[in-house]
Design a protein around this ligand. Structure first.
Ligand SMILES: NC(=O)C1=CN([C@@H]2O[C@H](COP(=O)(O)OP(=O)(O)OC[C@H]3O[C@@H](n4cnc5c(N)ncnc54)[C@H](OP(=O)(O)O)[C@@H]3O)[C@@H](O)[C@H]2O)C=CC1
Ligand SMILES: N[C@@H](CC=O)C(=O)O
Ligand code: NA
Length: 434
């Protein structure tokens, strides 16, 4: 059997796809009993010096690929929303299967594209869109399909993990490490998508829709980035036996699902705490399998290409077994979304206060009025008659915490609330009456 591929975009990922298909051609052929051949590649600049060569035809005319009756599978690795969305819809209309790495597009238009794939009876696969080379989408859709998934916790943005790791381990400044992450090519063209949490939110919308079989849109994801995290917060977290990570968190509880991306204080004993630098990891809990963790490179030419080719091989097997379009959209539920005020976590609150009698007692009272008690307190002298205090609360409702913070802000002995960070310690499930 022979399959012809058309690739849209010959950038970082497109180049990785060509490389792997060339260097592992024999194994891929043996494993699929199929000769997978790249027929054409679309790119804007036909005269650019390329890192890869082959017998493919390079074109800047999309229709030469999208309407080529010999092409079976289109690989979309151009990025962006348009014209990628239109090209994918057109490819499906022309009877082609599609593989894409485009997280921005799937997070926003996944529903429409999956419906179009179902209508066309073709496959639309997107393993590379979350966690790059880490096999997480296939794991959730297939290998863990026997489970009711309760928790998905991920470090799914390499740039922010690189920044937080360097700040924690080398005591370096945020802005300096961000510039380094950009130079190393980890960050998106506009790094605000990374540091403001949007890149992770897009990936979490995709992951949680699949994990919970219920559509989660990008607007459903609560997002907070890492730009307010300082070296001081990381030092206090270390003192508490913890570290700070930008976590993508999705939980399926009785009241509904919650999906949030924010910096989280994580005990060093948590499996995600040891995920360092640009690496990604996704921790998944299923009711039957228990805890699992998937770790690897969330970006890069070859790792992302690896995910694309595994999708191509899956489609080839589907074609061979006459079972295409059987595992496209898996959202058969419509689960309610929990309100932000009902999120239930412990909090770290770092404050600058006047160092005077009764200040701590008053703070305890203000929190007690919102039914919140402290699990621990750290105090350090700062300048003359001032103290920096870190309050660690027991788990409480986010709504109650906001009420308490309003009173704390109005208290004249509080000079500044430096930061408020949620904990993620796996104990939030024990809802008490607080
Ligand atoms: N890089 C990574 O590690 C990862 C990337 N992804 C996703 O993979 C996709 C590709 O990313 P990446 O390879 O890094 O991006 P690149 O910018 O390196 O490559 C995209 C290529 O597509 C070309 N292109 C863009 N628009 C058009 C168009 N309208 N017509 C023809 N050619 C076009 C670009 O040309 P030109 O340069 O001239 O604009 C470029 O050569 C994105 O969706 C990204 O989010 C997912 C996981 C990891
Ligand atoms: N900018 C992203 C790259 C891949 O999606 C990241 O930092 O993880
Ligand atoms: Na992946």
């Amino acid at each position: 059997m022979a399959i012809q591929i058309g690739i849209l975009g010959l950038g970082t990922v497109g180049t990785g796809v060509v490389r792997i298909l060339q260097q592992n051609a024999e194994d891929i052929q043996t494993r699929t009993h199929c000769d997978i051949h790249i027929k054409s590649i679309l790119d804007k600049d036909l005269h650019k010096e390329r890192e890869v060569k082959g017998d493919f035809f390079l074109t800047d005319q999309p229709d030469q690929i999208l309407q080529d009756p010999e092409i079976d599978i289109i690989v979309e690795v151009m990025g962006g929303i348009e014209p990628a969305r239109t090209f994918i819809l057109e490819a499906l209309r022309h009877g082609k299967h599609v593989v894409t790495a485009n997280k921005d597009l799937i997070a926003l238009h996944g529903h429409e594209l999956l419906d179009a794939a179902n209508l066309a009876g073709k496959d639309l696969y997107f393993e590379a869109s979350v966690g790059g080379g880490i096999p997480i989408i296939a794991a959730l859709k297939d290998s863990l399909a026997a489970n009711r998934i309760t928790d998905v916790l991920g470090i799914i943005n390499g740039t922010t993990n690189y920044i937080l790791t360097a700040m924690a381990e080398q005591g370096r400044e945020y802005s300096e490490v961000l510039a380094e992450a950009q130079q190393l090519g980890y960050a998106e063209a506009d790094p605000s998508a990374d540091v403001d949490g949007l890149d992770a939110a897009r990936k979490l919308a995709i992951l949680s829709s699949i994990a919970f079989n219920s559509r989660v849109a990008l607007k459903d994801v609560f997002v907070e980035g890492i730009s307010k995290i300082t070296r001081e917060d990381l030092a206090f977290a270390a003192e508490l036996g913890c570290t700070i990570k930008l976590l993508a968190i999705a939980k399926h509880q009785e009241e509904g699902i919650e999906v949030r991306v924010h910096p989280a204080i994580l005990p060093l004993s948590h499996p995600l705490a040891s995920v360092k630098g640009v690496y990604n990891a996704i921790y998944v809990v299923g009711d039957a399998v228990g805890e699992t963790m998937f770790y690897g490179r969330g970006a890069g030419s070859l790792p992302t290409g690896s995910a694309i080719i595994s999708d191509i091989m899956r489609i080839v097997r589907n074609i061979q077994s006459n079972s295409t379009s059987s595992i496209n959209c898996t959202c058969y539920l419509d689960l309610p979304l929990k309100a932000v005020s009902d999120f239930y976590t412990a909090f770290y609150i770092r404050l600058l206060v006047k160092d005077e009698p009764r200040v701590l007692a008053t703070l305890a009272l203000l929190f007690a009025e919102a039914n919140i008690s402290f699990a621990s307190i750290i105090q350090k002298p700062r300048g003359e008659h001032q103290a920096e205090i870190v309050l660690v609360t027991h788990p409480c409702r986010e709504g109650a915490l906001q009420e308490a913070l309003d009173s704390v802000k109005a208290y004249s002995k509080v000079l500044n609330i430096h930061n408020v960070i949620r904990f993620e310690n796996g104990q939030e499930e024990n809802h008490d009456s607080r």
